[in-house]
Design a protein around this ligand. Structure first.
Ligand code: C5P
Length: 401
């Protein structure tokens, strides 16, 4: 087997679900691929697979308790967190996911997670109803917002004999995700990337504006993913309630399309590529009233709107050999409209979000996209979390020369 993980330090976290038996196969795959693996298992995990098996396969004693049973020696989760190049929690039960999302550090696995400086991947495994429960889904969304990579469970027969979503993904697939992680990790090092995200607000008066439902989640996921690949990111964000985590992201908050244009044009000078995911208002009021418009002063109200600048097209005019990626959100003639936009704005690639799919679009945690490139290739992806979509988009962008 190829030594794709040679020299990598992996912390394999195992929590108490029946899928823990598959963790032995996963551990074996990591070791065969050349990784050094430290297993951390929860007390319940030990009911499903013995530490002796895992210690034999990894060649290291398994860590489970805060204190070693016979010597009383304290196991340092901080040291483990620093040692780790990657932490993979497989299987992650609903309880472990809930504790991770809420910082309930009552076992060695969670304390190690909280101290981990490295990337963390989680492969959930549970019964279908537990997976579908709103609390599990909320906790998964929280973990994604912390930058944890979720290896979504597969559908099939579960330990309960019920059939549905909740099976831990197969060890071979988890290994592939881990290999992809290491091959991508530094792939954008030295690159400067501009990302626009969120809506713009166009003021009518001091208390009112024209806006749209964009949450900024897609653009923020792209910014985090590019930073995780080593890029220096400038994120020009409209009004959103999202945080950025990676210190490699420089965030510039703006409100209107004109402010976004100014910040984007300025940042683009220094950048190698721009990904324009903002939902920029097409029109703005011709003027903004200094005082609040009064209802009694008017018989109805007409606000004259003027066209906003097209940021993508402006950058398209000055792009040289930089790479420019845009988005298209269409309700009809999706494909033709996306192609037209790519040409008119001088883009290298356009990401088409379909409003036809209930898992795609504004204010959702998932998206379903088709990526079309100026060179003529096209690929339709299935619905995924926005962080996973961000990965696909950057993989596609990185394949453009
Ligand atoms: O023309 P349309 O708004 O559909 O194009 C969408 C693409 O153009 C997106 O990438 C969006 O961020 C960008 N855009 C822009 N400035 C505008 C309008 C759209 O950068 N004023």
């Amino acid at each position: 087997m190829e030594q794709t993980l040679k020299g990598k330090h992996i912390v394999l976290g195992i929590s108490g679900g029946i899928a823990a038996y598959k963790s032995a196969f996963l551990l074996r795959l990591f070791i065969k691929a050349g990784a050094e693996v430290q297993v951390v298992i929860t007390p319940n995990g030990k009911e499903f697979i013995t530490p002796a098996t895992l210690a034999a396969l990894s060649g290291k004693p398994v860590v489970s308790e805060f204190f070693a049973a016979n010597t009383g020696e304290w196991h340092s989760h901080v040291d483990l967190g620093l040692w780790s190049d990657l932490m993979v929690i497989a299987p992650a039960t609903a309880s472990t996911i809930g504790k991770m999302a809420n910082g309930i550090a009552d076992n060695m696995l969670i304390t190690t997670y909280l101290s981990a400086k490295s990337r963390v991947m989680v492969a959930p495994a549970m019964d279908l109803d537990m997976w579908a429960h709103p609390s599990t889904q909320r906790n998964i969304a929280t973990l994604e917002s912390y930058g944890v990579e979720i290896i979504m469970p597969a559908s099939g027969e579960l330990a309960s004999h019920l059939v549905g979503k909740g099976r831990m993904e197969e060890p071979e697939i988890i290994l592939k995700r881990v290999e992809e992680h290491f091959s991508r990790r530094e792939s954008m090092k030295g690159k400067k990337i501009l990302v626009t995200a969120g809506p713009t607000y166009e003021n009518i008066d001091p208390v009112r504006f024209i806006g749209n439902y964009s949450s900024g989640k897609m653009g923020f996921s792209i910014a985090e993913e590019a930073a995780a690949r080593g890029a220096e990111v400038t994120l020009v964000a409209g009004p959103v309630s999202l945080e950025t985590k990676n210190p490699r992201i420089t965030r510039i908050d703006v409100r209107s399309a004109r402010q976004m244009l100014e910040a984007a044009v300025d940042a683009f000078k220094e950048c190698d590529a721009a990904i324009l995911s903002a939902a920029v208002a097409d029109y703005a009021p011709e003027s903004c009233s200094d005082t609040k418009l009064k209802r009694e002063n008017t018989n109805g109200l007409t606000i004259k709107l003027v066209k906003n600048p097209d940021i993508a097209a402006t950058l398209g005019e000055r792009k040289g050999n930089k790479i420019l990626v845009g988005f298209a959100l269409e309700t009809d003639h999706e494909h033709d409209n996306a192609m037209k936009k790519m040409k008119n704005k001088n883009l290298d690639m356009i990401v088409l979000n379909s409003l036809q799919n209930p898992l795609a679009g504004f204010n959702k945690d998932t998206n379903q996209v088709t990526v079309i490139k100026a060179c003529g290739t096209e690929k339709a992806y299935s619905a995924k979390s926005k962080r996973d979509v961000a990965r696909d988009i950057l993989d596609e962008m990185e394949s453009i020369n």
